[in-house]
Design a protein around this ligand. Structure first.
Ligand SMILES: [Fe+2]
Length: 165
């Protein structure tokens, strides 16, 4: 039996509900995300922990960001995508090969991936394998759409290959 006065679902009602859910997330969603709230995953690009991923973590107030950490043992996979994002080095020493050019970095540094017509090919290396080497990346998804970001895996991370062989 239908409730008296119940409004049938339609696209407009969906908009109202989406906005209510957005407001609810701002009031009640978690505003501190701890690594212990998340899980490390072995991916084609390496060992990743996503703090924010709107498709995976639906309860967070902010859905416009991908924020994730990479734990580099020896080196990451190699991939190509558009720039327009930043990577902050949490721990360790390493370097990134960006379109064939090596850039060195260490704890506290910030890497900027530039915006180029064909995107940017890159791969991250731990300069001291055996010592911890971790960074965290911040991608604003509306910006990624505006710069028409695509993502192409060029080479697999060695740990991923090991795990799947
Ligand atoms: Fe990347």
């Amino acid at each position: 039996m239908r409730e008296r006065g119940a409004i049938q679902e339609n696209a407009y009602e969906r908009v109202i509900r989406d906005r209510q859910e957005f407001a609810e997330r701002q009031k009640a969603g978690p505003v501190v995300i701890k690594p212990s709230d998340r899980e490390w995953e072995m991916t084609r690009q390496g060992k990743l922990l996503f703090y924010l991923h709107p498709e995976v973590h639906k309860d967070t107030p902010l859905h416009d960001w991908l924020v994730f950490s990479l734990d580099i043992q020896t080196h990451s996979g190699k991939h190509r995508h558009q720039g327009g994002l930043v990577i902050y080095i949490l721990e360790g020493k390493g370097y990134t090969i960006i379109d064939g050019e090596r850039v060195d970095w260490g704890e506290g540094d910030l890497i900027l991936l530039p915006i180029k017509p064909e995107g940017v090919e890159h791969q991250h290396f731990n300069a001291d394998p055996g010592k911890p080497c971790r960074w965290v990346a911040f991608l604003n998804l509306p910006i990624m759409d505006f710069v028409a970001m695509e993502l192409t895996q060029v080479e697999l991370s060695p740990e991923f290959k090991q795990q799947t062989s």
